[in-house]
Ligand binder design. Structure first.
Ligand code: GLA
Length: 395
């Protein structure tokens, strides 16, 4: 009898676990992949996306964790008499594209918005949320970026000069698409894109967001990257498994970024537990850029299962120190020179205690792939302009 009671208790306690196991958490670590916007913008075609999928595989990016192939704005066509949205001539066969991407072991993402138009003035989802979500699910879409843009016109028209009401409208609109996605029964990562309005990090998870943009669009230059990194100070407490701050897609390999700048960008995004969505031209991948994007140790920091985003623990002039705790009890520490000159951190301690590094921990220089042993506060750091020293401390 006692044994029966115990088994019943075990069954009841294990049921929720079994249920949770049958539905794995979406975006348990920050999503990784590639997005068409930063390089192709409005010119992207179905062939470009297919080719991107091929290159993600052949470059080794897929095996490093880049899984989502995301089509951004400008794939949309017109709605027919029943309101069903069609693709435009650049994307003749979305279902075929999804099948192709899936056959490579990758996932396909798409883009829309809560307004009547997207940012690039294509058809968006206002009034057709469930219809669109069902359409995505029927194609086999795995990720949706939902961009506010056109909805701002509606907010201004429906609630002129009423910020509170506008914010409520915005939250409802995001919730509506979340509900529609859930109803499809297909796991679709939900990416909110509204540039950080109304402190989205405070409510993004409540409306079902797996990630939310914290700032305006990233640009392919270092000041933009530095500005975005600094705009994420203090947001760490809002991120965690299933719901992430999104400092926008990567510009690694774009524009005239130097190797130091590309590494600082990638390393900073890893510290921020940011979604890693490459945004470069994969047909022109150099070994240097592939090396930055696929550095396993940097990716391991980004994808750390604890999911704790870094916070800034120290700043002196252009030099900043950021720290993030890791699942193995260790720490990742980034020391960044955001300034224009080579900086000698002579006399500036590493502030290891404030950064959560305990005595006895051993350091590894991640970009240099070099063990440094048990370094102390007086460890001499010389950083070139825009360079980052990325340290991983382990017990
Ligand atoms: C906004 C977004 C970008 C991109 C474009 C597409 O600017 O922030 O990331 O999606 O729209 O039109």
């Amino acid at each position: 009898m006692r044994r029966l009671a115990l088994s019943l208790i075990a069954l009841v306690t294990l049921l929720p676990v079994a249920r949770a196991q049958s539905k794995p958490m979406l975006a348990a670590t920050p999503p990784m992949g590639w997005n068409s916007w930063n390089w192709f913008a409005g010119k992207v075609t179905q062939e470009d996306v297919k080719q991107a999928a091929d290159l993600i595989v052949s470059s080794g990016m897929r095996d490093a964790g880049y899984v989502y192939v995301n089509i951004d704005d400008t794939w949309e066509g017109k709605r027919d008499a029943s309101g069903v949205l069609h693709t435009n001539e650049k994307f003749p066969d979305m279902k075929g594209l999804a099948d192709y991407v899936h056959s490579k072991g990758l996932k396909l993402g798409i883009y829309s918005g809560p307004g009547d138009q997207t940012c690039a003035h294509y058809e968006a989802s206002l009034g057709h949320e469930q219809q669109d979500a069902d359409l995505y699910a029927s194609w086999g879409i795995d990720y949706l970026k939902y961009d506010l843009c056109g909805f701002r016109t509606k907010m201004n028209a429906d609630a002129p000069n009423d910020k509170l009401k506008q914010n409520a409208m915005m939250r409802d609109a995001y919730m509506k698409m979340h509900d529609a996605l859930v109803k499809t029964g297909r796991p679709i990562v939900y990416s909110l894109c509204q540039y950080g309005f109304d402190s989205v990090w405070q409510w993004g998870a409540e409306v079902g967001g797996n990630l939310w943009r914290t700032t305006d669009d990233v640009k392919e230059n270092f000041p933009s990257i530095a500005l975005i990194a600094n705009s994420n100070v203090g947001l760490g407490k809002y991120a965690g498994p299933g719901h992430w701050n999104d400092p926008d897609m990567l510009e690694v390999g774009n524009g005239k970024l130097t190797l130091d700048e590309n590494r600082t960008h990638m390393g900073m995004w890893a510290m921020l537990a940011a979604p890693l969505l490459a945004g470069n031209n994969l047909t022109k991948l150099t070994s240097e850029i592939t090396g930055v994007l696929t550095n396993r140790e940097v990716i391991a920091i980004d994808q750390d299962s604890l999911g704790r985003q870094a916070e800034r623990v120290y700043q002196e002039g252009p030099v900043q120190i950021w720290s993030r705790p890791l699942a193995d009890g260790g720490r990742a520490l980034a020391i960044i020179n955001f300034g224009e000159d080579t900086t000698f951190l002579r006399g500036i301690p590493l502030h290891l205690k404030e950064a959560g590094v305990t005595t006895g921990m051993k350091a590894r220089d991640v970009w240099a792939a070099k063990d440094l042993g048990a370094i102390k506060d007086d460890y001499k750091v010389v950083l070139r302009r825009h360079e980052m020293l990325l340290l991983r401390f382990s017990k």
